[in-house]
Design a protein around this ligand. Structure first.
Ligand SMILES: NC(=O)c1ccc[n+]([C@@H]2O[C@H](COP(=O)([O-])OP(=O)(O)OC[C@H]3O[C@@H](n4cnc5c(N)ncnc54)[C@H](O)[C@@H]3O)[C@@H](O)[C@H]2O)c1
Length: 438
């Protein structure tokens, strides 16, 4: 069935991408975009740049590129800015991260040196393993918000930008659950004025962005914008939001393999996941409070996919463990091991071992690009609140209260593509196929 297309404002002028945190992920993203712009590399891993979308029946052979089907900003339109607690520019920070080889880094050096981080809204209470000099001095949390809002406006003005998006790519904050201070916008603002500990730096950035009418996406697992209070603000200010925690390595594979095992009604009694990681993210996650935030994000996935309440015989006794060990020699080159204990017909046990030698920021950078472009698209399409169609990118997809999140990667991709089809007035693809058989 076809729907009338919705109006999407054409992208004009420059799109600012303001990154909270100028570490491994952010610099790999910025350096990659410049390398691609210069024809030095292809945007591998980016759905917005390489992905196609099938339209109509399979017999129609219409599969345009996504970026030609919906009006996305182009890579040439992007202007980068950042906040960080370290004053290193993006070139220096990329060198420290050690993800991109020096020869390629030199080719984009002037562009990276031009990205100098603004002083951060930071509090060690939420990230114990880090401390840095490039932080804002403020009279309190409300003052920090005002300074962040001033930064956003100045970034727009000084770069003559038409639009801007803010993405949290900063360190994972210590574990926190929702409390009264997050329950409504009024409570949040009271807590902000009282400098309540429940208001973390990621919430200050989110609040500042939303007040400026700027889309906000969270690449890390901390609450950030994912509270009733800030969702209320997103609706009030008519701004799209998305999160949380980019789905890159081990969890990406989990959300590909677990749905497959479940589709065949194979049982799983245990899933043991462990990682070694030596970058700054690994160092931050070495603190139990920050790891707890990540652990919750990583562990939710299997329960939702396998639905033990519906399949107690297959998944009712699942033992799921996740570890991250900080191991400096590996830097950004994470290695993950999964041992899956599964069982089949007559309960005969089997094992599956996965050893993923991946690169954390290489997997994350194209997702940051896609999110920046899709969040901007959502704003121009007049969408607001949670963008569930972007669940595809996240380990802990934000969702409406009372709903369970959709974690299966193939369903997430269908959801994303059908959303774009719907916006453009194309028939949704149901994969029914009945139309081909009279
Ligand atoms: N790489 C991946 O595959 C992946 C996947 C999912 C989530 N993430 C998350 O993305 C985030 C970034 O990862 P990374 O590898 O770039 O880490 P990183 O440590 O290299 O970079 C994070 C940067 O954020 C800065 N920072 C910390 N608190 C800040 C604040 N309040 N304001 C401004 N800057 C602040 C730090 O100084 C650091 O430079 C982490 O939270 C990580 O857990 C990464």
């Amino acid at each position: 069935m076809r729907h009338p297309a919705i109006h999407i404002v054409r992208p004009r002028g420059k799109l600012g991408v303001l990154l909270v945190g100028l570490g491994a992920v952010s610099t790999t993203f910025i350096a990659g975009v410049h390398a691609i712009r210069k024809g030095l590399a292809k945007p591998v891993g980016s759905l917005t740049q390489l992905g196609t979308i099938r339209l109509g029946k399979r017999t129609e052979h219409r599969s345009p590129l996504i970026r030609e089907f919906v009006p996305l900003a182009t890579l040439d339109d992007l202007v980068f800015g950042a906040w960080d607690i370290f004053a290193d520019n993006a070139y220096e920070s990329a060198k420290t991260a050690g993800v991109i080889e020096p020869a390629l880094l030199e080719r984009v050096r002037p562009e990276l040196e031009a990205v100098r981080p603004l002083p951060a809204a930071f509090d060690r209470q939420y990230v114990k393993r880090l401390d840095g000099p490039n932080v804002k001095r403020a009279r309190g949390k409300r003052d920090l918000v005002e300074q962040l809002r001033t930064d956003i406006r100045a970034f727009v003005r000084s770069n003559s930008l038409e639009r801007v998006v803010v993405l949290w790519c900063a360190s994972t904050e210590a574990y926190m659950t929702e409390s009264a201070a997050h329950s409504s916008l009024a409570e949040f603002e009271r807590a902000l004025d009282a400098n309540d500990d429940a208001i973390t730096p990621s919430m200050l950035y989110a609040y500042a962005a939303l007040q400026e009418g700027v889309p906000f996406a969270n690449a890390a697992p901390n609450l950030g914008v994912d509270t009733p209070a800030l969702l209320e603000l997103a609706i009030e200010r008519h701004v799209p939001v998305a999160g949380k925690d980019l789905k890159t390595g081990q969890t990406l594979l989990k959300t590909i393999i677990a749905p497959g095992l479940k589709s065949r009604m194979l049982g799983v009694s245990g899933w043991y996941s462990t990682n070694i990681l030596g970058n700054r993210d690994g160092e931050v996650l070495d603190d139990p409070a920050c790891f707890r935030t990540k652990e919750v994000s990583k562990k939710g996935v299997l329960d939702h996919i396998l639905q033990p309440e519906l399949y107690p015989d297959l998944y009712g006794k699942l033992c799921h463990q996740v570890q991250i060990n900080y191991y400096p020699p590996r830097g950004d080159n994470k290695e993950g091991w999964d041992n899956i204990d599964l069982f089949g017909w007559l309960n005969y046990p089997m094992q599956l071992k996965i050893n993923f030698l991946c690169r954390d920021s290489i997997l994350a950078a194209p997702l940051v690009l896609d999110l920046a472009l899709f969040m901007d698209l959502a704003a121009r399409a007049n969408r607001h609140g949670i963008q569930e169609w972007l669940s595809f990118y996240f380990k802990s997809p934000m969702h409406a209260p009372g709903l369970y999140p959709e974690h299966d990667l193939s369903i997430q991709l269908k959801k994303l593509k059908n959303t774009l089809r719907e916006w453009r007035g194309e028939a949704l693809v149901t994969h029914l196929g009945a139309e081909y058989y009279g």
